[in-house]
Design a protein around this ligand. Structure first.
Ligand code: NAD
Length: 482
């Protein structure tokens, strides 16, 4: 990493520096890790031109050729898993073990999966008595991929793989807080022989690079993952040109625990859903709803397990909770902890900055925090905190659990813990969230629809949903005569 302290954009197959730069801080150490380009309209223009020029030939390549390239990308990342994991961990503050076991393997499987998906995809034919209709899928052109900082390579690959598989060319804009693995991915594309201009990367601020990309007249579609308020801006900016738009936004996901759950499994699952990646996953279960009869026992067990979590240097193998992404985000999370107390909540564990010695003494750490005693409608219990802070609330019966789970502006994901399978089904079907896990959390099948309802987004990613998004489905009707 020390050799690449000045990161560059990747445009038309070349790494290009810019005059202006931004500092990129290592969250666990609170020190500058690297400098990245502070790009603007000019750099965005150059990348879009490169992508537009590359589209003519890339869109004509065969599905097999594209699938082979995606497989080669997967192999190349896999053979450098440790390097990618270290970059991701230092850039985000997440435990190295998590990056090694989850982020990087999932990014690899995204490339492999979409290589397979296009190889095996079939299209419809709808015969009539005197004609035949058949569906054709054509690529969109230049697509903008805008991604957040919490799962940098994982989410970028989730968009890049299907966009390339369908024959589009790309301008990607990763979060300015986590530029490293995206840059390393550009090197991989270069190495495996992706033609120049097919994948371009422009670093910089959202309000500058992201904004210019979304508004660019030669960008046909925008796939955005990030916060709900940014998503609103992106939607407004994309609307006048009727751009195809996919929005994966924020959440405040309920974990619903019924008294008939497998208690130990539910405690472990709730803990994992609450604090994986420091609670910085859009799918984290940050509103824990527990049936009254087991509320005290469950809360005590969860508090006990949470208090024992190892918080600290992400590079230590035993660390379970690393640093938050930035000082500003740490401060925001702490403001919610203070607000929770003002709103009448009781801090059951955490609530403070842990004291970390050594290299990480200046890192942005917050101990995993559980707050009880809050009204479920208060701000702390209904606004997205996106950190290691959860609220826990009792419910009386199933109708109340459903009303609480469905309350609020978000509708991304939920998990439900019960041994009554019938209840699991019926409750899951009544939830207003795009995804529901019953007796598990974050179990992943790349074929299933991924996305949210309400303020959590528009559109679905995953499997054929991604292939549909990154293409136009057209009908061709051939008259056959008598
Ligand atoms: P963010 O909205 O601040 O930024 C996301 C990306 O958008 C970044 O690359 C940023 O530079 C860019 N951006 C900022 N302003 C822009 C603008 N005006 N035009 C275009 N692009 C702009 O989000 P974040 O803080 O990076 O990520 C955290 C948020 O992302 C949370 O709300 C989380 O729930 C959400 N998220 C959602 C999902 C999902 O799949 N639903 C997944 C991960 C994260």
């Amino acid at each position: 990493m020390e050799e690449s302290l000045n990161l560059k954009n990747f445009v038309n197959g070349n790494f290009v520096a810019t005059e202006k730069q931004l500092e990129n801080v290592e969250p666990a150490q609170g020190r500058i890790l690297s400098y990245i380009p502070r790009s603007g309209v000019e750099e965005v223009d150059a990348a879009v031109v490169a992508a537009k020029n590359a589209f003519a030939s890339w869109s004509q390549t065969t599905l097999d050729a594209r699938a082979e390239l995606l497989d080669a990308v997967a192999d190349e990342i896999e053979s450098h898993t440790e390097e990618f994991a270290l970059l991701e961990s230092r850039d985000t503050g997440k435990p190295l073990s998590l990056a090694r076991d989850v982020d990087i393997p999932r990014a690899i499987s995204n490339f492999r999966f979409f290589a397979g998906a296009v190889r095996h995809a079939s299209l419809d034919a709808n015969p009539m008595a005197d004609a035949i209709n058949y569906t054709q899928r054509t690529p969109l052109g230049v697509v903008a991929l805008i991604t957040p900082w919490n799962l940098p390579l994982y989410l970028l690959s989730w968009k890049t793989a299907p966009a390339l598989a369908m024959g589009n060319t790309i301008v990607a804009k990763p979060s300015e807080l986590t530029p490293h693995t995206a840059t390393r991915l550009a090197e991989v594309f270069s190495k495996v022989g992706l033609p120049d201009g097919v994948f371009n990367l422009v670093h910089g601020l959202g309000a500058e690079v992201g904004d210019a990309l979304v508004k660019h007249p030669d960008v046909s579609a925008v796939s955005f993952t990030g916060g709900t308020s940014t998503g609103k801006l992106v939607a407004a900016n994309a609307a006048p040109a009727f751009k195809k738009l996919s929005l994966e936004l924020g959440g405040k996901n309920p974990t619903v625990v019924f008294a008939d759950c497998d208690f130990e499994k539910a405690v472990a699952g709730t803990l994992r859903a609450a604090f994986t990646n420091q609670g910085e996953i859009c799918l984290c279960g940050s509103r824990i709803l527990v049936e009254e009869s087991i509320f005290d026992a469950f809360t005590d067990a969860l508090v006990e397990r949470t208090s024992k979590m190892v918080v600290g240097d992400p590079l230590n193998e035993e660390t379970q909770c690393g640093a938050l992404i930035s000082a500003a985000h740490r401060d925001k999370v702490e403001r919610y902890i203070a607000l929770g107390q003002e709103e009448g909540g009781m801090i059951r564990c955490g609530g403070t900055r842990p004291v970390i010695e050594g290299d990480c003494a200046q890192g942005f750490f917050v101990a995993p925090t559980i707050i009880s005693g809050l009204a479920p409608t208060c701000r702390t219990a209904s606004e997205e905190i996106f950190g290691p802070v959860v609220t826990i609330h009792p419910f009386k019966d199933e109708p109340e659990a459903l009303a609480l789970a469905n309350a609020g502006r978000y509708g991304l994901a939920a998990s439900v813990w019960t041994q009554d399978l019938k209840r699991g089904h019926t409750f899951a079907q009544s939830l207003r969230t795009g995804m529901v896990w019953v007796n598990t959390w974050l179990k992943r099948d790349l074929r299933v629809p991924f996305g949210g309802m309400k303020d959590s987004g528009v559109g679905r990613e995953g499997g054929r949903y991604s292939l549909d998004f990154f293409s136009e489905s057209r009908n061709i009707c051939i008259e056959l005569g008598d």
